[in-house]
Design a binder for this molecule. Structure first.
Ligand SMILES: [Zn+2]
Ligand SMILES: [Zn+2]
Length: 275
C-alpha cells in the first residue's frame, strides 16, 4: 500500500456536526494523501484535528500541508493540529494564492492565531514549521518521487488546485472553484487529464447553481462532465454544502451514479488505496 487517500473533512463553508450529517460527515475540508511514507495534507479545515491525533498515534514525524487557499473552512482546524506543537515534528506549509503578497501564507496563519481572536500564537508551535509561497501553476517536486502539479482556480481571493502523481497513480484535488456553464475550465481539464481520482468542489447541484453564481463554487454535474471530458477514472464529489443533510446527499449519490459509474460522494473516514 504505497498511495492512499483518506478523507478527514468533506464539507465546505462551515462545520456542521448534527445528527442529520452523521453519514457523510460534518468537518470541513481536509484530505490526507500518503505516498511512499510521505504525508501530504490537503487543506486544514476542522478535519485536520482528528488527522493530527492519528498522525501522532502512528508515529509520523513530518508532513507537507498544501493549502488551496485561506478561507475559514480550509484553515479553521490549523490551530488544533497537535503535531505542529511537538518539537519533534516537521511541517512544511505551502500555498499558491498569496505569491507576492506581504507576509504570504505565514502572515495569514499568524493573524488567525493572534490576539484577540485566538489565545495561542503561531510561535507556540514548537515543531519545525516552514512556509512556502509559490505561484499557482508551478510544478513542485518532492524527495520521495512524487510530482505535485498545481493550477489556479476561479474563486474569490484565488485558490490553487493540486495533482499528485506517484507510482503510476494520480489524484487531483480541485476545490474551491466556480465553473461557467457550457465552458469547461481549461486549467482544470489540463490538470485532471487521465487522473485516477478527481476530488471536486461539488457544493451545489446544477438546479441550485443559477442562484449561486459569483459565490465561487461548482456542481457535482460539472464535476462529472469535466472528469469524463478529461478521461479521468473516478470522481469524488466533495466540499458538500452544510445545508445538504444525509438524506439530500444520498439522493446526490444515487443521481451521480446514474449519470456516471465513476462518480461517488466523499464521506468522512473514506479510505482509498490508489496503488
Ligand atoms: Zn471552501
Ligand atoms: Zn473558498
Amino acid at each position: 500500500m504505497t498511495y492512499r487517500v483518506k478523507f478527514w473533512g468533506v464539507r465546505g463553508s462551515i462545520a456542521c456536526p448534527s445528527p442529520d450529517h452523521m453519514v457523510y460527515g460534518g468537518n470541513t475540508s481536509c484530505v490526507e494523501i500518503s505516498v511512499g511514507g510521505h504525508i501530504f495534507i490537503l487543506d486544514a479545515g476542522t478535519g485536520i484535528r482528528t488527522l493530527g491525533r492519528d498522525l501522532l498515534r502512528r508515529g509520523i514525524a513530518s508532513a507537507t500541508l498544501l493549502l488551496t487557499h485561506t478561507h475559514w473552512d480550509h484553515i479553521n482546524g490549523f490551530p488544533f493540529f497537535a503535531p505542529a506543537f511537538s518539537e519533534h515534528f516537521q511541517l512544511r506549509i505551502m500555498a499558491g494564492h498569496l505569491s507576492g503578497k506581504p507576509g504570504g501564507i505565514r502572515a495569514v496563519l499568524a493573524n488567525q492565531m493572534d490576539n484577540p481572536t485566538f489565545p495561542v500564537p503561531l510561535s507556540a508551535m514548537r515543531g519545525t514549521v516552514s512556509f512556502d509561497d509559490f505561484a499557482a501553476g508551478d510544478t513542485l517536486a518532492f524527495p520521495p518521487g512524487a510530482v505535485v502539479r498545481t493550477a489556479p482556480l476561479r474563486h474569490p481571493n484565488g485558490a490553487t488546485a493540486y495533482r499528485i502523481d506517484y507510482a503510476g497513480a494520480s489524484v487531483a484535488y480541485v476545490t474551491d472553484t466556480e465553473h461557467v456553464p457550457g465552458q469547461p475550465d481549461r486549467n482544470v481539464l489540463g490538470l485532471i487529464a487521465g487522473a485516477d481520482l478527481v476530488i471536486y468542489d461539488s457544493t451545489y447541484t446544477d438546479d441550485e447553481f443559477p442562484a449561486k453564481v459569483g459565490w465561487g463554487h461548482s456542481t457535482w454535474q460539472e464535476g462529472v462532465r469535466l472528469a469524463r471530458a478529461a478521461g479521468a477514472k473516478r470522481l469524488a464529489i466533495f466540499h458538500h454544502d452544510p445545508d445538504h443533510d444525509d438524506t439530500f446527499m444520498a439522493e446526490v449519490e444515487q443521481a451521480a451514479a446514474g449519470m456516471w459509474d465513476g462518480a461517488m460522494v466523499a464521506r468522512e473516514g473514506m479510505d482509498l488505496v490508489m496503488a
